[in-house]
Design a protein around this ligand. Structure first.
Ligand SMILES: Cc1cc2nc3c(=O)[nH]c(=O)nc-3n(C[C@H](O)[C@H](O)[C@H](O)COP(=O)(O)OP(=O)(O)OC[C@H]3O[C@@H](n4cnc5c(N)ncnc54)[C@H](O)[C@@H]3O)c2cc1C
Length: 354
């Protein structure tokens, strides 16, 4: 029988290391235990929240008055299929373990995603991506359980609704499914992807770097930005990028450009334009290393809000609001947070009740 613990502090389960307790807490190690925990919550009409590595999450100081299901399904299997190597991993596997194994086995497709914190189960949710790769390019199957019915479900790539940092699992169906396994089709002997400017610079003049060399370069570049979890680097005590790059109309871009002495970085986004949140924050006068009480902006990355020690969720929210206000005052643009908020009333936790 699955063990259900009470009043478990969630802060240590998140990379920001803030937040209060879960009223109930379970750690299912297989699909059957997920269903068992769901039934337990259903009998008590409790909301359920699925926790992976807590690396894209801000938990409120009040915590969560329901069941937090910390997915601990382990195991990586690999098989050959039609010239590809299919890696099937439990949702609780640490993502970077899978990347390290694939790279060591000379399989291409996820090498640029080295060093991203969190679990395998978290990767389809926001279509994790970095340095020119996204998991949507390699995911072939996602398995899980529907929270409201306890039924087992399976999705092919086309069913996942992948877009930039989006999928059905964080949009229309947010909180509806508990993902238990993900399959990635990787290319044995494939060439590493070197599309990102920092990577290109790193390998300038080098001929045909290997997958392990690219992995090491990605990790090295990420470390300079505090984007690899490291106990000794307080700049990595974050939830990664805290703000999304805002998508605005061309008219808004033109208005901002007219008032700016320097070119405004932007990218095309389906008829609109995507602005660089980091640029907006810096131009609004908030520099890297800025501090507000026990929280601040990373000294290495403008988009990362970091816990400098002993911070509460309220401290993080205060800094978030400060950054949003300054950017809004300066540019009239609203910055939206990227991490999932739990216990603030904004989330869409899985419903265990029919
Ligand atoms: C230092 C740092 C660097 C980062 N760099 C990047 C980056 O380069 N690119 C990038 O895309 N992201 C990045 N992130 C964000 C984060 O690592 C990813 O979003 C990651 O995939 C989150 O996975 P997780 O297991 O930690 O999910 P959690 O934070 O635990 O949960 C996030 C959301 O996913 C849901 N979820 C998690 N597991 C499951 C599951 N098994 N079934 C159903 N729902 C689930 C949760 O309910 C929640 O809604 C970074 C974060 C940090 C702290």
């Amino acid at each position: 029988m699955i063990e259900i613990r009470e009043n478990v502090c969630l802060a240590p389960y998140t990379t920001l290391q803030v937040g209060g307790p879960a009223r109930y807490f379970a750690e299912p190690e297989n699909e059957d235990s997920v269903i068992e925990a769901l039934c337990w919550a259903q009998r008590r009409a409790l909301p359920v929240f699925v926790l992976g590595g807590g690396s894209n999450l801000l938990v409120s100081d009040a915590g969560f008055d329901g069941l937090v299901m910390h997915i601990c399904i382990s195991g990586i299997d690999a098989r050959d299929d039609g010239g590809k190597r299919i890696y099937s991993a439990g949702a609780g596997v640490e993502w970077d373990r899978l990347v390290a194994q694939a790279v060591a086995e000379n399989c291409a497709g996820v090498e640029c995603l080295s060093g991203i914190p969190g679990t395998v189960g978290g990767t389809p949710v926001q279509n994790v991506g970095a340095y020119g790769q996204e998991v949507s390019a390699t995911i072939v199957r996602v398995r899980g359980v529907e929270a409201s019915t306890g039924e087992r479900v399976e999705f092919g790539n086309a069913d996942c609704g992948f877009h930039y940092r989006l999928s059905r699992f964080n949009r229309a169906d947010a909180g509806r499914y508990i993902l238990t396994h993900v399959e990635y089709a990787l290319q044995p002997g494939g060439a590493p992807k070197i599309a990102y400017a920092d990577l290109k610079r790193h390998f300038e003049g080098a001929s045909c770097p290997s997958l392990p060399e690219v992995r090491e370069a990605v990790l090295a570049i990420r470390r300079t930005k505090g984007m690899v979890l490291d106990e000794n680097d307080s700049d990595s005590r974050s939830a990664g990028s805290f703000f999304k790059n805002p998508v605005v109309s061309r008219a808004v871009l033109e208005r901002i450009a007219a008032g700016s002495a320097v070119p405004v970085p932007h990218f095309e986004a389906g008829g609109n334009v995507k602005l660089a949140a980091a640029w907006l924050i810096e131009q609004a006068g908030i520099a890297r290393g800025f501090t507000l009480g026990p929280v601040g902006i990373s000294g290495k990355h403008t988009l990362a809000l970091v816990n400098r020690g002993g911070a509460t969720a309220a401290d993080v929210l205060r800094l978030k609001a400060y950054v949003q206000r300054r950017v809004h005052e300066r540019f009239g643009v609203e910055l939206l947070p990227e991490p999932v908020m739990l216990g603030f009333g904004e989330v869409n936790p899985a419903s265990a009740t029919k």
